[in-house]
Ligand binder design. Sequence first.
Ligand SMILES: Cc1cc2nc3c(=O)[nH]c(=O)nc-3n(C[C@H](O)[C@H](O)[C@H](O)COP(=O)(O)OP(=O)(O)OC[C@H]3O[C@@H](n4cnc5c(N)ncnc54)[C@H](O)[C@@H]3O)c2cc1C
Ligand SMILES: *[C@@H]1O[C@H](CO)[C@@H](O)[C@H](O)[C@H]1NC(C)=O
Ligand SMILES: *[C@@H]1O[C@H](CO)[C@@H](O)[C@H](O)[C@H]1NC(C)=O
Ligand SMILES: *[C@@H]1O[C@H](CO)[C@@H](O)[C@H](O)[C@H]1NC(C)=O
Ligand SMILES: *[C@@H]1O[C@H](CO)[C@@H](O)[C@H](O)[C@H]1NC(C)=O
Ligand SMILES: *[C@@H]1O[C@H](CO)[C@@H](O)[C@H](O)[C@H]1NC(C)=O
Ligand SMILES: *[C@@H]1O[C@H](CO)[C@@H](O)[C@H](O)[C@H]1NC(C)=O
Length: 611
Amino acid sequence: MFCLHLTVFLLVHFAHCDENITIQYYKQLIQVGSVRALSYNLSQRNVEFEKGAASDKLHDYPKKFDVVIIGAGTAGAVVATRLSENPKLRIAVIEAGGEESDFSKIPNMAFNLQFSDMNWGYYSTPQKNCCLGMNNQQCMVPSGKVLGGNSAIDFGIYRRSSRVRYNEWAVKGWTYFDDLYYYKKSENEQIRGDYLYHKKGGVLNVEYGKPDSPLQPLVLKANEELHVPNIDYNGIRSVGVGKPQLNIKHGQKQSTNTAFLDYARSRDNVEVLTHAFATKIIINESNKTAQGVVFVKNDKKYKIVATKEVIVSAGTINSAQLLMLSGIGPRDHLKEHKIKVLQDLPVGKTLKDKTFLPIIVRTNTSLHNQGDLDTVVKQYLRGYGPLVKPLYTDLLEFIHADGTPEDAPTFQILMVPPPRTQAALLPRVFNYNQTVTQTFLKSINTETDFALDVINLCSKSSGSVKLKSSNPIDHPKIDLNYFSDPRDVEVFLKAVKFVNEQLVKTKAFREIGASLQTTGLCTNYEKGSDERNECVIRALATSAYEFTGTTAMGEDPKTSVVDKNAQVHGMMGLRVVDAGIFSKCVSGRADTIMAAEKISDIIKQKYSDLH
Ligand SMILES: Cc1cc2nc3c(=O)[nH]c(=O)nc-3n(C[C@H](O)[C@H](O)[C@H](O)COP(=O)(O)OP(=O)(O)OC[C@H]3O[C@@H](n4cnc5c(N)ncnc54)[C@H](O)[C@@H]3O)c2cc1C
Ligand SMILES: *[C@@H]1O[C@H](CO)[C@@H](O)[C@H](O)[C@H]1NC(C)=O
Ligand SMILES: *[C@@H]1O[C@H](CO)[C@@H](O)[C@H](O)[C@H]1NC(C)=O
Ligand SMILES: *[C@@H]1O[C@H](CO)[C@@H](O)[C@H](O)[C@H]1NC(C)=O
Ligand SMILES: *[C@@H]1O[C@H](CO)[C@@H](O)[C@H](O)[C@H]1NC(C)=O
Ligand SMILES: *[C@@H]1O[C@H](CO)[C@@H](O)[C@H](O)[C@H]1NC(C)=O
Ligand SMILES: *[C@@H]1O[C@H](CO)[C@@H](O)[C@H](O)[C@H]1NC(C)=O
């Protein structure tokens, strides 16, 4: 094993480690991982921790800490790493998941991880306005349960919010141009992006996946015809088309665990507890101060003391659940579950997400030019090839439609050349029902069809996260409520029109005989009509996996949960630092890492006299 791990990085230098062994190892990882994902059953409760949570005995954790962080996810791993730069601060991190694996770091294998113990396994509640093509009208809500959290199971596409959208969200104390410093702080760019917007020398690589697909120049040509500029979408302009900027290093995905926490774990003042599940924040009711955390590990229940702060970084879904279980949330809802109300705040309200709609373009040309598993594994070990590209995504396009500020894209298009990743897994990943699987998925030609998947970058609708019960072992109730605001349907209608009436009509696309492929659904409406398209949108649109808003940042405790320093309103020694603090249209791994960097600086300054 020692040899295998080293060969990944040092193939050339370790001549005595047989490259063929490494290739065999990765081929097997991919084969086993892909097959397992097809039959892995997600548990609908946190059964792993059930026994410990039910135990009556509360053990004192033998060490005391200044700061206890709940969740070593995208944000938590960054906060732990930055705070531990002060050697006097003693930090504990409680993470429910375990280590990442060689398999999980392969960018193109991301979908498989949703059917593994690295996912909490959430589904939405049955929906009325959306997810209509899914089994029981429930969309998947994947959520990372592993060191690195979502950043370990996501696609690793590095995209910052546009300046306009950022400033629409920004509460007092936050502005795009000031906070650009925190986007850049960890960056090690390899893309020759716009000057002043990027930086070299940080721990997080920003790279392009190589090589480009044969489809890429064609789509770029089509966009040129439409005067859509080629841009660095994390730079000066945010409307245009550009190659995906990826957080990869030597071809492997960089989670915030691999980029940050891996280094910090060797420091004496950091203790990372894995397979440890926080069930409650301990709060002194007389002065509303967080003093520690109750967690479960190895079937035992522990109390761990935080003398300065508890930082909740459990993610948009779980942070909301944990706060409510601890008595912080909407009064009526907590009373419903007989939880004593310590602080009445709108936790779990206004769950926001970006939404995703697959669009298939049919051509008369074979666009599939990928080698066999042997070949792609060899390429991967040298840091390039299709395994390096999440879902093979080869271009990102950001289009502005009427009614939004010019500099702010309305929707994003992901250009995905064939073959579509793991066709057999897609019904599971999207929870498609029998009809959708048989009519829509089965009609896709994996040689000649490619996808222009659309993401609505700024949904107006919002949903909620609520408790199913006061038992931490139960999953929370996640109501997505997409398309409750009809303007969100409009965005997709505009996107379909853009693809169908503009992109597909370009000379470049006509040359490959491109046309929009129908889904075979909603055939009781007239072909090509808005009514048919709306029906398809409500059936097929699903999550783009960027959940926010359940612990929103703001000044008013009626409409927000944390203040500009991420402190929970009305509480002492308690912060929430994760994507849940965003609202409106800021979200995603880059934004989350930025916020974690900024709040870490605020916390570090507070304790800077501790030297
Ligand atoms: C499949 C997928 C693909 C995505 N692709 C992209 C992309 O390409 N680009 C992009 O910008 N964004 C992407 N995103 C979104 C992005 O990953 C998230 O917005 C972001 O990482 C959120 O980070 P977070 O810190 O809020 O939460 P997380 O990263 O989810 O961290 C929460 C951590 O807390 C732990 N935890 C939770 N509850 C407890 C508990 N009670 N006790 C102990 N530990 C607990 C979890 O196990 C987890 O490790 C994707 C998301 C998914 C799911
Ligand atoms: C590796 O495998 C290939 C074919 O699978 C073979 O031709 C080659 O000789 C092997 N190399 C070594 C060093 O064993
Ligand atoms: C998952 O559940 C199905 C249906 O209950 C069952 O047939 C299958 O064997 C299960 N898979 C695993 C890996 O346990
Ligand atoms: C699947 O969803 C579609 C779209 O809502 C619906 O028309 C169809 O009846 C559903 N099929 C099954 C088997 O539930
Ligand atoms: C809670 O805080 C009050 C006021 O500071 C203090 O007197 C009391 O001892 C604290 N309780 C616990 C359990 O620490
Ligand atoms: C609350 O009480 C605890 C326990 O006495 C103490 O450690 C803490 O400093 C107090 N917090 C505030 C804000 O006074
Ligand atoms: C694809 O269709 C276009 C437009 O009809 C045509 O010009 C082109 O020759 C076709 N290509 C192939 C390979 O059939």
